[in-house]
Ligand binder design. Structure first.
Ligand SMILES: NC(=O)c1ccc[n+]([C@@H]2O[C@H](COP(=O)([O-])OP(=O)(O)OC[C@H]3O[C@@H](n4cnc5c(N)ncnc54)[C@H](OP(=O)(O)O)[C@@H]3O)[C@@H](O)[C@H]2O)c1
Ligand SMILES: O=P(O)(O)OC[C@H](O)CO
Length: 335
């Protein structure tokens, strides 16, 4: 079989979302996947048994379509698209061996819902800056979608957001299959910031749940959170957008309520009395919201948006304030 006319997609990251995205891409006939992950044991296992032993291990990946690489420089060779799917905190380390020349002429797709710590930058902005990528060649994968449900082939919707729709539409077609519908949208920044914020809200939901608050309170928290997300996104990138659509509200809801949410689980442990360190050790996966809380807090020093939920989570995670006392104060600010 000739692979000349296949779309070649490099995937950077070995966690649950990278694995789920590869499963979706494997549904396409004309796609070749070039997968980089850092863990040599996982690489050897995937080569031998065609599944990722550490994340979504039930998902079988077609060896005809998926090739695994030890080096990012090899994985990106000849790729049309490069999907970034490591937690934001590790993106700089993961791409350290790549330079602008390796990524020239390729489209960059961020599947990351987080900000680059220290720089407090969106991943797309950071990548554009670090590798000289034009914004028209960048898009993000967003929407309410948990990797675990992709593995189970549960009906899911994704939003592919870009500053220009043609790029997003091309990629949305690649991400659409029997159980996934992907739609294009031209709101790169709004979607990316909202996805960062919903993780912080999920931490708050988890914390309050862990403290014993019920569904009644959670509904108030989530509706106030939507206003908080709207205020911040509008301050950072003012334009018209429908915040009740699935890329914004939908993503918030799935994170706030799903049994699969990493951020909610992390928050829940904090609410039940775990320290941040203990919760990180207990949870094998990464809660992006932990890092995002600090980035948004620092970014907001410039914008001064009223962010009571983010402030509350920040004081619990970074200032060692007692969750019960902080949520007691937050309670007074919600309507
Ligand atoms: N999971 C979802 O349902 C989902 C959905 C939409 C978006 N996302 C986004 O996708 C991104 C990736 O999340 P994920 O859910 O795939 O993560 P995950 O399942 O928690 O996996 C964590 C990944 O990070 C790697 N990692 C951990 N510590 C590291 C370090 N110090 N340096 C470098 N890599 C390290 C792990 O590698 P090892 O296994 O080798 O430790 C693993 O590949 C996040 O931005 C997340 O918000 C996730
Ligand atoms: O719900 P979380 O915290 O696992 O985040 C995963 C995705 O962002 C859901 O769309």
């Amino acid at each position: 079989m000739s692979f000349l006319n296949h779309t070649k997609i490099a995937v950077i990251g070995g966690g649950s979302w990278a694995t789920a995205l590869i499963k979706i891409l494997c549904e396409q006939h004309h796609v070749q996947i070039r997968w980089w992950l850092r863990n040599q044991k996982d690489i050897d296992h995937i080569r031998k048994f065609n599944h990722n032993p550490s994340y979504l291990s039930d998902v079988v990946l077609s060896p005809k379509k998926v090739k695994v690489f030890e080096k990012t420089t090899d994985a990106v060779k000849g790729a049309d698209y490069i999907i970034l799917a490591v937690p934001a905190a590790f993106i700089q380390e993961s791409l350290q061996h790549l330079s602008a020349k390796h990524l020239q002429g390729k489209r960059i797709v961020s599947a990351i819902k987080g900000m680059v710590p220290g720089q407090n930058a969106l991943v797309t902005d950071w990548a554009a800056d670090a590798f000289g990528i034009e914004m028209k060649d960048t898009c993000v994968i967003a929407g309410p979608c948990h990797a675990e449900e992709v593995a189970l082939e549960k009906q899911s919707y994704l939003t592919i957001a870009s500053t220009e729709c043609p790029a997003a539409e091309d990629f949305a077609a690649l991400m659409t299959c029997r159980y996934v519908t992907a739609n294009a949208l031209d709101d790169l920044y709004g979607v990316e910031y909202a996805a960062v914020m919903k993780n912080i809200v999920a931490l708050a939901c988890g914390i309050t749940h862990g403290l014993g608050y019920g569904d009644n309170f959670q509904a108030v928290l989530v509706s106030n959170a939507m206003q908080e997300i709207g205020s911040l996104v509008t301050a950072l990138d003012p334009r018209e957008r429908n915040l009740s659509s699935s890329a914004y509200l939908g993503d918030l809801l799935v994170t706030a309520y799903s049994q699969f949410s990493r951020n909610r689980l992390f928050g829940n442990m904090i609410g039940r009395g775990y320290s941040v360190k203990a919760a990180q050790l207990e949870m094998k996966m990464i809660a992006e919201g932990y890092y995002a809380t600090r980035s948004i807090q620092e970014l907001n020093k410039t914008y001064h948006v009223n962010l009571p939920i983010t402030n509350a989570v920040y004081s619990i995670l970074y200032e060692e304030q007692a969750p019960a006392a902080v949520m007691n104060e937050l309670k007074k600010l919600l309507k």
